[in-house]
Ligand binder design. Structure first.
Ligand code: GTP
Ligand code: SPV
Ligand code: MN
Length: 587
């Protein structure tokens, strides 16, 4: 099957433990793919959508209890509990293996075991990393084929002697009581049992490219982040790259594919990635980013020709839809898509849609599609060295408190502001939606080690370069007293991106506050936007009373990391608190 002895031995060991009927080494070919699709259509795993309107598109319905990441069942297993940190669920390595191996025993009887060699990152990039996912889910194979570079070339990379992450996955019986997503960073190993959904099952994505990779990145001096990457081309043809981290379902895919407003003649946004960035310091002192993924696993609800036209143009063909609704003529449908709601609609569970059952598409319904189909896909997306990042943008979904945008004063303050990000929870993970929680760097569910060490790692880049990106914080989700979004968002976020680029070039103004540097209305290009002055002022206002309370919450959160918390973070808390009090005295 392979001439790599380590891989061959692992495949044998897994087969002995899980007792599949057949073993299939995935080569990634079209013929193999067609056969898998045929089998999934035959057994009902997939449903064919309208070939005329949506060529080569399929619908998959998950088990209703298996529609999102399960953070409470996701573990980092290390020798020392301190290494996993208070931000992770921890289990000792031996205990973790024992617990999950018991579930894997004999679980593939009657099934085919697929062995998927994959590469995260462009072919030929020194930053790309290999993995092998063993799974009993053909749906996982079909999705991995879109999301990663799978098959022969990935296997060649491994057989050339490069290290690889081992990921073992079984859907098991989809019993939520028998479900675990376990990571063993010290062994470059992932074991996931009992879920067929997204980040729980496509192991190259969150499990490898974030949890395991973040651990490796810390040891090796680079960054693995939950970030989109985009290029902004100005009318002169100059392109500036930025990377932005927002929590799950908080706008990364949308920002990555942004279409500027009509007033922004000559401006273009180029998509490099929509979810994950791997960043390395270049010899020039700049941070260079690659997108380890090859596809998008994006949120369907809210996606339309108005909000995200590039995404809609990406989606119409060769896509797998998971848990969306379907119209009478076999088109995928979700809340927020263009046009009126059809009278006849099948919901995500396959029932005739009845509003009493909730939305027709699950709020975390998704599409899987190749990035190469995106009209704004950057011609730099596959270059081996990546793209140089001029700005980091962090943000969350906050109906109150956080202003539309601010710039950090320096690197230490930027790391603090990113670590202090809070956001309302979304349907991307099971649990209550709309609860404000701290989500540092949008990595709360994905950092494979102690956050205190992670922040120290981020801070350490200052010692290694004086050309680091400027750091910004944004919030597209402020609401007014009636619960309506105050900022139009989507394409209009270009107005904030433009200010950010101008700040990087030193050509735009800002006012200093204890929280950071904030534009005034006059500093933002709001041409053609129907937004009254009072709303703009409210979006950019810092209320010291509210921020004193916010700083208390931030301090309490950081306090939970004890002595391991870097001193530079404590200094930022003290400075901001002091300056807020001073500003109140001055007022
Ligand atoms: P993950 O794939 O879970 O990591 O999500 P993401 O961060 O890529 O979020 P995505 O761009 O898919 O957006 C999630 C939801 O937020 C969708 O319903 C979008 O329509 C909505 N959304 C995105 N950008 C904006 C914005 O600027 N304003 C508002 N109001 N909603 C937005
Ligand atoms: C996220 O939740 O951040 C996602 C979807 O991108 S999943 O692949 O399920 O993690
Ligand atoms: Mn994501």
């Amino acid at each position: 099957m392979t001439n790599n002895p380590e891989l061959a031995a692992w495949i044998d060991a897994v087969a002995a433990a899980t007792t599949p009927d057949k073993i299939h080494l995935v080569d990634g070919s079209d013929a193999e793919h067609d056969k898998l699709i045929e089998e999934m259509l035959a057994d009902g795993t997939l449903e064919k959508l309208n070939e005329k309107t949506h060529p080569n598109c399929f619908l998959h319905r998950s088990d209703p209890s298996d529609v999102a990441r399960v953070e409470h069942l996701t573990f980092v297993c290390t020798e020392s509990e301190e290494d996993a940190g208070p931000n992770n669920n921890w289990m000792a390595t031996d205990e973790g293996h024992a617990k999950i191996d018991a579930l894997f025993a004999g679980c593939m009887t009657g099934r085919t075991m697929y062995v998927i060699p994959y590469l995260m990152g462009p072919y030929g990039s020194p930053f790309s990393r290999a993995g092998v996912e063993i799974t009993d889910s053909p749906y996982v194979v079909a999705n991995m084929r879109i999301m990663a570079r799978i098959g022969r070339r990935a296997l060649d990379h491994i057989e050339a002697g490069n290290s690889f992450v081992r990921g073992l996955h079984s859907v098991g019986d989809l019993d939520p009581e028998r479900r675990f997503i376990m990571h063993f960073p010290e062994e470059l190993m992932i074991k996931s049992f009992g879920s067929g959904y997204g980040g729980n099952a496509l192991l190259g994505k969150k499990c490898h490219a974030l949890r395991i990779a973040s651990w490796q990145a810390r040891t090796e001096g680079w960054l693995a982040e939950h970030m989109l990457i985009l290029g902004i081309e100005d009318p002169s043809g100059k392109t500036t790259y930025v990377a932005a981290a927002f929590p799950s379902a908080c706008g990364k895919t949308n920002l990555a594919m942004l279409v500027p407003p009509a007033e922004f003649k000559g401006w273009k946004v180029w998509t490099v990635g929509d979810d994950i960035a791997w960043l390395h310091l270049g010899e020039d002192g700049r941070l260079w980013a690659i997108n380890p993924e090859a596809g998008f696993f994006g949120v369907a609800p809210g996606t339309s020709l108005t909000t995200n036209p590039n995404c809609m143009k990406t989606l119409g063909r060769n896509a797998i839809y998971t848990n969306v609704g379907v119209t009478a003529d076999g088109a995928p449908w979700w809340e927020g898509i263009d046009g009126p709601k059809p009278s006849e609609l099948i919901d995500w569970q396959g029932r005739p849609h009845d509003a009493a059952n909730g939305p027709a598409a699950h709020p975390n319904s998704r599409f899987t599609v190749s990035a190469s189909q995106c009209p704004s896909y950057s011609d730099q997306a596959n270059v081996p060295q990546g793209v140089p990042i001029s700005a980091f943008i962090f943000g969350g979904r906050r109906s109150a408190v956080a202003p539309l945008v601010f710039e950090a004063l320096d690197w230490d303050h930027g790391v603090f502001a990113a670590a202090a990000v809070a956001s309302e929870t979304t349907a991307a993970a099971t649990g209550q939606v709309g609860q404000v929680r701290r989500d540092p760097m949008a990595m709360k569910p994905f950092c494979g080690y102690n956050f205190a060490d992670y922040w120290a790692h981020w801070l350490s880049f200052k010692e290694r370069s004086d050309k680091l990106p400027k750091v910004f914080h944004v919030n597209w989700f402020r609401k007014d007293a009636d619960g309506n979004f105050m900022w139009p968002g989507f394409g209009d976020n270009m107005r904030v991106l433009k200010w950010i680029i101008e700040r990087c070039e030193g050509s735009s103004d800002a006012v200093k506050t204890p929280i950071g540097l904030i534009p005034q209305g006059k500093d933002l290009d709001l041409s053609g936007l129907d937004l009254n002055e009072a709303t703009v002022a409210a979006l950019l206002a810092i209320d010291p009373k509210i921020w004193r309370t916010e700083m208390e919450a931030i301090e309490e959160y950081f306090g939970s990391f004890g002595d391991r918390l870097p001193g530079a973070i404590v200094e930022q808390i003290e400075r901001i608190k002091r300056e807020i009090i001073e500003s109140q005295k001055a007022a």
